[in-house]
Design a protein around this ligand. Structure first.
Ligand SMILES: Nc1ncnc2c1ncn2[C@@H]1O[C@H](COP(=O)(O)OP(=O)(O)O)[C@@H](O)[C@H]1O
Ligand SMILES: [Mg+2]
Length: 329
């Protein structure tokens, strides 16, 4: 059953199209993710789905109904954890949770009981009385998630839940997301970490420059690379000057220079390694390692979008078009 459907969803900012006619849906009970580089339009889409930004064109249906006609009902069904915290620095963790509960109209006893349960579940009991401003980044993100589910929403929106968080907290947060999902909450998350998307999401959409370029279950997406034959070489020198010669000698093979002195070779069929090793050695490039690569979502993502994983953070739209920091219209 579809909980959310977006049809031809579009957002322009002063003539700049940030989201360009996207169509997708979220099924009840699943973890659905948007994977894309910085500036792709992920936050803008979340803001339109949750009523924080005006929709330029297209529409969002919540349980089959145009949600702009039932915003109150929509808000009760949705929990939102923005990429930057929206909690009060001077209130304690527990006060923040209770305050959010009050905003959702929960009565005092209920919101306090729920806050205490969440503080326990999120391992924040010790910090419960401390002001939010004294929390570490990871603790802040955990409390923001607790605040987003205080009213037990049907669907939780998580915008880059682990970005800028150190590994220990990121792991805790991923575990909390999986737990919530097991208890029946529908999860929509955005990320620019390929591995995180692969690990957490059941279904994914790749989003680049305001458009969905591919969508499917992780298994479906993986099929696009399963037939690829990939070998990754670690070489004792720089390959870049030899690309032309390589292409001439091995037509049909695609080569991808990675970081350091690694190159990946993609071939349409299983291929013998020895001629490749000889090619490198004859050109005084010692081969330190040759590894058969089992295709991961990373290979699929690179193949479809042409974006290298290390570029995920610095892709951007036109800077000059960006409005004042944090302003959403
Ligand atoms: N308030 C705004 N005014 C103008 N441009 C904006 C605004 N918010 C976002 N943008 C632009 O829209 C594009 C998508 O941004 P965003 O949705 O934040 O991407 P993501 O969350 O995928 O990093 C970017 O090019 C960004 O600069
Ligand atoms: Mg964003």
């Amino acid at each position: 059953m579809k909980i959310i459907e977006a049809e031809n969803l579009t957002k322009t900012f002063n003539g700049f199209t940030a989201v360009n006619g996207v169509n997708f849906h979220i099924n009840r009970g699943e973890i659905f993710g948007f994977l894309g580089p910085n500036g792709a339009g992920k936050t803008t889409i979340i803001n339109m789905l949750t009523g924080l930004a005006k929709i330029t064109a297209g529409q969002v249906k919540l349980l089959g109904e145009d949600y702009t006609r039932s915003v109150k009902k929509a808000q009760a069904l949705m929990g939102i954890v923005p990429d930057e915290s929206n909690l009060y620095e001077e209130l304690s963790g527990r006060e923040n949770l209770c305050f959010c509960g009050a905003l959702y109209g929960m009565e005092k006893g209920l919101r306090e009981a729920r806050a205490d349960r969440l503080l326990e579940q999120f391992e924040l009991v010790e910090a419960a009385g401390r002001p939010f401003r004294a929390y570490s980044k990871g603790m802040k993100r955990k409390l923001a998630i607790a605040a987003g589910i205080i009213h037990q929403p049907e669907i939780l929106f998580l915008d880059e839940p682990t970005t800028g968080i150190d590994v220990g907290f990121a792991r805790q947060i991923r575990k909390l997301i999986v737990d919530l999902h097991r208890r029946g909450t529908t999860i929509f998350l955005t990320t620019h970490y390929i591995e995180e998307a692969e690990r957490l999401c059941e279904r994914l959409a790749f989003i680049v420059r305001g458009k969905i370029v591919r969508e499917g279950t992780v298994d479906e997406l993986m099929k696009e690379a399963q037939r690829d034959n990939i070998v990754r070489f670690t070489l004792g020198g720089d390959f870049s000057g030899l690309a032309g010669e390589f292409k001439a000698r091995f037509p049909g093979y695609a080569i991808q220079a990675g970081q350091d002195s690694g190159v990946s070779i993609h071939a349409p069929a299983p291929f013998p390694l020895l001629p490749l090793v000889q090619f490198f050695e004859e050109r005084s490039l010692p081969v330190y390692e040759a590894k058969i690569v089992r295709p991961s979502l990373e290979e699929v993502f690179v193949k479809i979008t042409g974006i290298e994983p290390q570029k995920m953070q610095n892709q951007q739209g036109p800077k000059s078009m960006k409005g004042p920091q944090g302003a959403r219209s």
